[in-house]
Design a binder for this molecule. Structure first.
Ligand code: MN
Length: 355
């Protein structure tokens, strides 16, 4: 698996005319190496690759990293990197322009004898298509989220605060096997549900509130992402109309997912439905995004998203309508793009759940 990933990276390196790459970003470095820690370095040459870490991580690297020689550094990292680059005979080394800090760049530039080439997304491009193992991890992360959601349905009641709900949800995400949260959970109720990314507050959930829950966990390095909106007691006619419009947009967009379409095509399916019901201006964000090691990665599914869908991509389908000072609704599934179309990884019910 890691040999494949390194081979693919080397192909991209050759096409860009570079003979080495320095990986520092946790997600990129760990994707290529198998390492699960942080603050380490991978140098990939065209023939040989070296993984560099310090004494905190040497043992772990020996257990986890495949296909690379592991070295422990002491002293200044920039000197150790320079010596390794020279030993591998690298003349042009690519680096992650979106990840490396300006300070590090200046330090490396002063120390390295090779040319430094900024690269945008060379590993991220490879990460867009998930392999079998990655898909299994994402499925597991999604199933943990489904189980935690079931628990929350038993817990959430008018009278509990948004924060209490978030803490309970996060407990179950970890209790069922998540190693971390994909992102800080969103729990937004009543008027606050009109905030697409409302962080949980001490606000108490009241009767007749919509409550939007957007959450996910990490399993073996891979994220899940799901949103459901519940109602406490009764939904007004307007609330029901908005909910059903979002649900229809979500389901129709879902049915349209297949390889060959672009992110813009899928977004349009949902956006047209929401616009035709008069809520177009209340759907401000894109329909979805890729999910993997990061909860937001390519492809983008939005009016600006020109990525073409391919089998093995994992994306979200999450339309929403947010009416300021009233309420909001979002429904989000995690979806695998398959050869034939799509497979939904989020299994929680989407009909309006009344607590
Ligand atoms: Mn999302």
């Amino acid at each position: 698996m890691y040999k494949n990933r390194i081979d693919n990276l080397r192909k991209s390196m050759k096409s860009k005319g570079i003979d080495g790459i320095l990986l520092i970003g946790d997600h990129n470095r760990n994707y290529i190496s198998g390492f699960t820690g942080d603050e380490s370095y991978a140098i990939i040459g065209l023939e040989k690759s070296v993984f560099i870490t310090d004494s905190r991580y040497t043992q772990q690297a020996k257990e986890e990293v495949e296909e690379m020689e592991i070295r422990e550094y002491k002293g200044k990292i920039e000197n150790f990197l320079r010596d390794t680059i020279e030993e591998l005979n690298i003349k042009k080394i690519g680096f992650e322009e979106n990840i490396i800090t300006y300070k590090n760049y200046v330090t490396y530039k002063e120390n390295f004898t090779c040319e430094m080439i900024p690269l945008e997304g060379i590993v991220e491009e490879l990460r867009v298509i998930k392999d079998k193992n990655e898909i299994e991890c994402i499925k597991k992360a999604a199933s943990i989220a489904d189980k935690a959601f079931e628990k929350i349905l038993q817990f959430i009641r008018p009278g509990t605060s948004e924060k209490e709900v978030a803490v309970e949800l996060e407990y179950w995400l970890k209790r069922y096997g998540g190693s971390a949260l994909s992102f800080p959970s969103i729990v937004a109720s009543g008027e606050r549900s009109a905030l697409p990314h409302g962080q949980p507050t001490d606000k108490v959930i009241r009767m007749n509130d919509f409550v939007t829950l957007d959450f996910g966990c990490v399993y073996q390095g891979y994220c899940s992402d799901m949103t459901r909106t519940l109602v406490m007691g009764n939904a007004s006619e307007k609330m029901l109309h908005v909910y059903n419009t979002v649900l229809k947009a979500q389901e129709e967009a879902l049915k349209s997912i297949k390889p060959g379409l672009t992110g813009t095509d899928i977004d349009k399916v949902a956006r047209d439905i929401i616009t035709s019901e008069g809520y177009g201006k209340y759907f401000g964000h894109g329909l979805g995004h890729g999910v993997g090691r990061e909860v937001h990665e390519n492809p983008r599914i939005s009016p600006a998203g020109s990525n073409v869908l391919k089998p093995g991509m994992v994306i979200t389908d999450e339309p929403g309508i947010y009416i300021p000072n009233e309420f909001g609704v979002r429904i989000e599934d995690l979806v695998l793009v398959t050869e034939e179309g799509y497979e939904v990884l989020s299994k929680s019910p989407k009909n309006l759940i009344i607590i």
